[in-house]
Design a protein. Structure first.
Length: 334
């Protein structure tokens, strides 16, 4: 099995089996398009796509593996799970499918995620020797600048580091809008060397965030980023009560961690509360900045906001959440 990023796909064509793994719609579409073109060039003229859910007619899929086509002996089967996931019933069908595949059948599976236990199933192991796994996860805030640089290089465009930072700020989490603005800039400024002012005059705020981007920014004490994310969540009409629930969970976790550190080591405490490895550093820094009294004060303020939720209008509610966010980051200079 080979694991690659989506921008390496042109170098890994020729395998009969591909697993497009990750939920970014732009990267998924790009990978699917490149693979379909490559298979067409290789003579796979019959290309069938099936959307997989609990109502899928698997008999039609199995039949397509055995049907003789008068115009083509090579068939590409694409299984698109959309936002769905694997369950026991679908896994059993995939196990059966993996056993009936022949050399003249290629397979593309598009799936948002797969667990370690699912990697031990029959179908995954059967395909693994010839399987290419294409990572289509949206680049995070640390990965995005390099992703933009690579994309600009492919488009033969030069944009300075400050302008790339600007693109990251306004288009994080939205690669479709990001690639569209880059294409627009290329049309507007065909000299290939685009200035900061030219980028700034054409951008709009199209970043897509989740509440977990917001809490991570607050825990990391990144004030500007936290404010920007909260503004975008408000623009996209995210439900304030859900934000309160998410930050409540974070505060309760912080309180438990702080209490645990009174009698246990940092590692023991993190292990007890199952804190992900990639978040332990920012949690450690935050815990070093705060104290229990301040955390309980935050929790009390959050409770007040929730009680007033039934009486205050949306504008006042967002102001209260913004104030809470700033207080959350107020233990040290951010």
């Amino acid at each position: 099995m080979i694991k690659i990023s989506v921008d390496q796909i042109s170098h890994k064509l020729g395998s009969p089996y591909y697993l497009i793994l990750g939920s970014d719609p732009y990267l998924q579409h790009y990978a699917q398009t490149e693979l379909r073109k490559a298979f067409t060039h290789a003579g796979f003229n019959e290309q069938l796509t099936f959307v997989i859910d609990n109502q899928t007619d698997w008999t039609a899929i199995f039949d397509s593996c055995q049907a003789m086509n008068l115009f083509s002996t090579n068939t590409l089967i694409s299984l698109d799970f959309g936002d769905g996931s694997l369950n026991a019933g679908i896994t059993a069908k995939l196990n059966t499918l993996s056993e009936v595949l022949t050399p003249d059948i290629a397979l593309i599976i598009t799936l948002n995620k797969i667990t370690k236990s699912q990697e031990n199933t029959i179908w995954y192991k059967t395909l693994s020797d010839k399987l290419v796994v294409v990572n289509c996860t949206t680049p995070d805030t640390l990965q995005l600048p390099q992703w933009i640089k690579n994309h600009l290089q492919q488009q033969h465009i030069t944009i300075g580091p400050k302008a790339i930072e600007l693109l990251c700020y306004y288009y994080e989490g939205n690669l479709l809008a990001l690639t569209q603005i880059i294409a627009q800039l290329k049309l507007l400024y065909p000299d290939q060397n685009i200035s900061y002012d030219e980028v700034e005059s054409n951008i709009n705020d199209s970043a897509i965030f989740t509440p977990y981007h917001w809490t991570d920014a607050m825990i990391s004490c990144k004030t500007k980023r936290a404010i920007h994310i909260l503004q975008q969540l408000k623009i996209n009409e995210f439900e304030p009560l859900i934000l309160l629930r998410i930050i409540q969970r974070e505060l309760i976790l912080m309180i438990n961690l702080k209490k645990g550190l009174q009698t246990k080591s940092l590692k023991q405490t993190f292990d007890e509360y199952k804190v992900w490895q990639n978040k332990r550093m920012i949690y450690t820094n935050y815990l070093n900045r705060c104290d229990l009294k301040s955390l309980f004060n935050l929790l009390a303020k959050l409770t007040e906001i929730e009680i007033s939720l039934k009486h205050d209008n949306q504008a006042q509610m967002w102001d209260a959440i913004s104030s809470l966010s700033m207080q959350f980051m107020g233990f040290d200079k951010c």
